[in-house]
Design a protein around this ligand. Structure first.
Ligand code: ADP
Length: 471
């Protein structure tokens, strides 16, 4: 009783439900642009929070001096020192150190967490500055990257809206996160000022812009996903009277929470969401980011294994949520070996089952392909949505107004994250969809540029940029 037909039925159903023809992608593009408008029009006007960052000047390559950055965003935090020489091309290789956050601190108090971080930072500074004479009196500037949703109140302060990714420090929510760090720095005797509080995507944008002034947006697709872009202040209607020297401000979209009825959703997505700790939130993220892709695949194959025994006799491990991590999924998807030997190996290792028949291996690869292709194409539509919002999608006529020149403007989108950089099929599907949506001609003017470590380096650059613009 192998019941192939049932398996193929589930597969076909999945394929249909995940379909993303270019027409549907264009609907997603439009929905993204519409939601961006709505999120800018009023507080709570959209699932997209469209958070103000107060960043109105991006680094341009002329910055000089030594700056620090602290990057807090996941299981690790990183500290970084960079020496800027004023010529764009010559960022000295930054000194970076990474350290895991002890599990118990992720759910402790804000003092405990920030004292731990401040102490590590101090030790780092002492070590790095010893060569040119560490002096406790010296004042230092720090860019602080936080990849949790923060409602900024200025370029260097902001309230933590909520924790994600396993953090749960209740006395921090609703408080100023930069101030919490600043107080801990003082308690630990480190003379350092938090001059920029930065969302990780904004760091990516800053680094992109440092190297290429045509950079208008940044996207991160890793464990989670988010995007930011440069908006005109007069388009930020919810904040009347916002004035900046440049007339521009970077907006942090928090696009992981984007939602539209045009997104092709399956029963697996619905169940995943319902069983998640944050149902009805981060809908877009749950379809496209690394935290979830493997899990969607697991759910599909679990369903298949309930219909048939083709995947091996004992599949009890397959009912463990999140057992199938996205990098492993990618490895199976991209298996080029004859007979898909790697799929078999990975599968057996993960689930402790005997050999997987070749036909079943093919099904596994196909499921990975469907899930990743949908994710990548939706991410592409999201990116074009941003470009459309700022009139850089090459659309010749919008609202009866011809954009003429905008048609040929070169637009760079800085991009980062393990899913894009390490998962080749994901990247290729994304780029292919961009070309489909924009058309070959216009797509040539949209450049996705991988930045590296923008969340850290970009924060240091923003610290430098904000420092050089204050007297
Ligand atoms: P962050 O956890 O801060 O988002 P990254 O941007 O490096 O860090 O993204 C890491 C994520 O990228 C992982 O959680 C995983 O989902 C995904 N990823 C990393 N490597 C691969 C890979 N080889 N194939 C597919 N996905 C990967």
């Amino acid at each position: 009783r192998r019941r192939w037909r049932r398996v193929l039925g589930v597969l076909r159903e999945l394929e249909d439900a995940c379909e993303t023809p270019v027409g549907r992608l264009r609907q997603v593009v439009d929905a993204m642009a519409v939601e961006m408008h709505a999120g800018l029009a009023s507080e709570g006007g959209s699932k997209l929070k469209m958070l103000l960052t107060f960043v109105d000047t991006l680094p341009n390559g002329n910055e000089k001096g030594i700056y620090y950055a602290l990057d807090l965003g996941g299981t690790n935090f990183r500290v970084l020192q960079v020496q800027l020489e004023g010529r764009r091309s010559s960022i000295f290789p930054p000194e970076v150190e990474q350290q895991p956050i002890p599990q118990h601190l992720m759910t402790s108090t804000r003092e405990d967490l920030f004292d731990f971080i401040a102490a590590s930072l101090k030790e780092f500074v002492e070590r790095k500055e010893v060569s040119f004479g560490y002096s406790p009196e010296k004042r230092r500037e720090l860019g602080f990257t936080v990849s949790f949703p923060v409602k900024q109140t200025s370029v260097s302060s902001g309230i933590l809206i909520r924790w994600t990714k396993g953090f749960a420090i209740h006395d921090m929510v609703g408080k100023d996160i930069a101030e919490s760090l600043q107080l801990a720095l003082a308690r630990n005797g480190l003379n350092m000022r938090v001059v920029a509080l930065v969302n990780d995507t904004v760091g990516t944008l800053a680094l992109g812009h440092y190297h290429d002034p045509d950079t208008v947006a940044a996207v991160i697709i890793g464990t989670g996903t988010n995007a930011c872009y440069v908006e005109r202040t007069d388009a930020i209607i919810k904040c009347q009277g916002l004035v900046t020297t440049s007339g521009l401000m970077v907006v942090n979209m928090e696009w992981g929470s984007f939602w539209s009825s045009h997104l092709p959703r399956t029963s697996y997505d619905i169940d995943l969401d319902a069983e998640s700790p944050n149902p009805n939130e981060q809908g877009f993220e749950k379809m496209i980011s690394g935290m979830y892709l493997g899990e969607i695949v697991r759910r599909v194959i679990l369903r298949m294994s309930q219909e048939s025994d083709i995947f091996g006799a004992s599949l009890s491990n397959l009912s463990i949520p999140f057992i199938l991590r996205t990098p492993l999924m990618a490895a199976m998807h991209e298996d080029n070996s004859p007979d898909l030997r790697e799929v078999d190996e990975k599968w057996r290792e993960m689930l402790e089952v005997p050999e997987v028949p070749k036909k079943a291996r093919k099904v596994i690869v196909k499921v990975c392909d469907i899930v990743t292709r949908r994710a990548a194409r939706l991410a592409a539509a999201g990116i074009v949505g941003i470009l459309k919002k700022i009139g850089r999608d090459g659309g010749s006529i919008t609202g009866g107004r011809s954009r003429g020149d905008a048609r040929m403007r070169r637009s760079v989108v800085a991009i980062e994250g393990g899913l894009y950089t390490s998962y080749t099929m994901f990247r290729e599907y994304l780029l292919e969809a961009l070309r489909e949506i924009l058309g070959e001609d216009d797509a040539r003017h949209v450049i996705l540029k991988v930045t590296e470590d923008g969340s850290g380096l970009g924060a240091a650059l923003l610290a430098a940029a904000s420092h050089s613009s204050t007297p």
